[in-house]
Design a protein around this ligand. Structure first.
Ligand SMILES: [Zn+2]
Ligand SMILES: [Zn+2]
Length: 387
């Protein structure tokens, strides 16, 4: 009997178990798909897995989540799966993160990943993963499911001539994305629609997601090409189909792909302010700082003059908050921006005050319109940055 548990894998031509053992992957979403993806990654001996989810386990998750138990109901999904992955394979390191991907997983950490998985069921979440992965230069494998079929798509910023998720968004995708917002703010009473699905669909889709990712890890490219989607019928055996998406030459996510040799980021402490760091970088007073999201600084009531600080990403502000608590004016004006400028009063806030996550990457734009990247870091001692 062989003592090496990976013996049968190593018999596959060109299989490099070491590469998998050293790989870093991020799994966004620990629902039906995330469970299956994680089970596969653990059994394959993938070495370092970050799992990101803000949700807790509900009883109905148990019919399609191999890593959850009845006693887990009410626990955070990310924590429960981390425990079970460790049981499945003690060789695997798992790092659970509880939170939404845009506020919980910094792009500085993301760019250390070899591949990321989209295991979430909304257009908005996919759009966000795509935006962040293209900015960080990391390929991601998306999975989608319903009760009778699924799809798997590969989006790789290292292949810029191929379409990304943002490129292929049509008007119905934008409609679904905007469903949860009203005038840019979060609807007060929005509920996500509930997807009917079975373990059969999620198992098939997750298997193809991990297959494509393993090919990317071991051989740099997958047979399922970047910018294409594999349609997987599950309930009706009618054959597979691959759809190729069309590149959008105006795509902003494509425009954010890091250029070779331009990925250096200056590590900056959370307690510093944008103005201090701009001075340190010797920038002239016309600098701009690009945030990862539109940020609401304050509400100003034109009716009664009441000024209320907000300091939140616009997507986290509920529509009800636009009402003035002093005079009931329903349409207070928001002071919001995506690029902070030197003359803004917020330039003296600390990076901590901007709802930014540890290891987030930000870009200053200087007078010559060049970008200078910084990475904000909570704990310099504990963070080893690969540059
Ligand atoms: Zn694109
Ligand atoms: Zn007012």
């Amino acid at each position: 009997m062989s003592l090496d548990k990976y013996d049968r894998l190593k018999r596959i031509p060109n299989w490099k178990q070491e590469t998998l053992a050293n790989a870093k992957v991020a799994v966004f979403g620990c629902g039906a798909l995330g469970n299956e993806v994680l089970k596969n990654l653990a059994l394959l001996g993938v070495g370092h897995i970050w799992v990101i989810d803000y949700d807790t386990i509900e009883i109905h998750n148990l019919t399609r989540s191999v890593l959850f138990r009845e006693a887990d109901v009410g626990r955070h999904k990310a924590e429960a799966v981390a425990e079970r992955v460790k049981e499945l394979n003690p060789d695997t390191q798992v790092y659970p993160i509880i939170g939404k991907l845009e506020y919980a997983f910094g792009r500085g950490l993301l760019r250390e990943m070899n591949v990321a998985f989209g295991c979430l069921d909304s257009v908005g979440a996919r759009r966000e993963i795509n935006k962040r992965c293209y900015f960080a230069g990391v390929p991601w494998v998306d999975g989608g499911i319903n009760h009778q079929l699924g799809n798997v798509a590969v989006f790789d910023p290292r292949v810029p001539e191929a379409a990304c998720y943002r490129c292929q968004m049509d008007s119905s995708a934008w409609e679904r994305l905007n469903e949860r917002f009203s005038c840019g703010y979060l609807k007060d009473d929005f509920k996500d629609s509930i997807m009917a699905t079975t373990i059969m669909t999620s198992a098939v889709v997750a298997a193809y997601q991990v297959e494509a990712a393993v090919q990317l890890l071991l051989w740099e490219e997958s047979h399922l090409k970047s910018g294409t989607s594999l349609l997987l019928p599950v309930s009706h055996p009618i054959g597979f189909r691959v759809v190729k998406f069309t590149l959008d030459p105006e795509c902003p996510d494509h425009a954010s792909i890091p250029k070779v040799g331009q990925t250096h980021a200056l590590p900056v402490k959370f307690e510093r302010t944008p103005k201090q760091v701009a001075q340190e970088l010797d920038l002239c007073d016309d600098w701009q700082l690009e945030l990862p999201f539109d940020f609401v600084s304050k509400f100003v009531c034109q009716n009664c003059g009441y000024v209320e600080p907000v300091k939140k990403p616009v997507k986290e502000v509920k529509q009800g908050a636009t009402k003035c608590p002093q005079c009931d004016n329903l349409n207070r004006e928001a002071v919001k921006y995506f690029r902070l400028t030197a003359d803004s009063e917020d330039a003296d806030l600390s990076f901590k005050d901007f709802s930014l996550v540890d290891r987030e990457l930000l870009s200053y734009i200087n007078s010559e319109k060049q970008k200078i990247h910084i990475e904000i870091i909570q704990d310099f001692q504990a963070t080893k940055i690969n540059q």
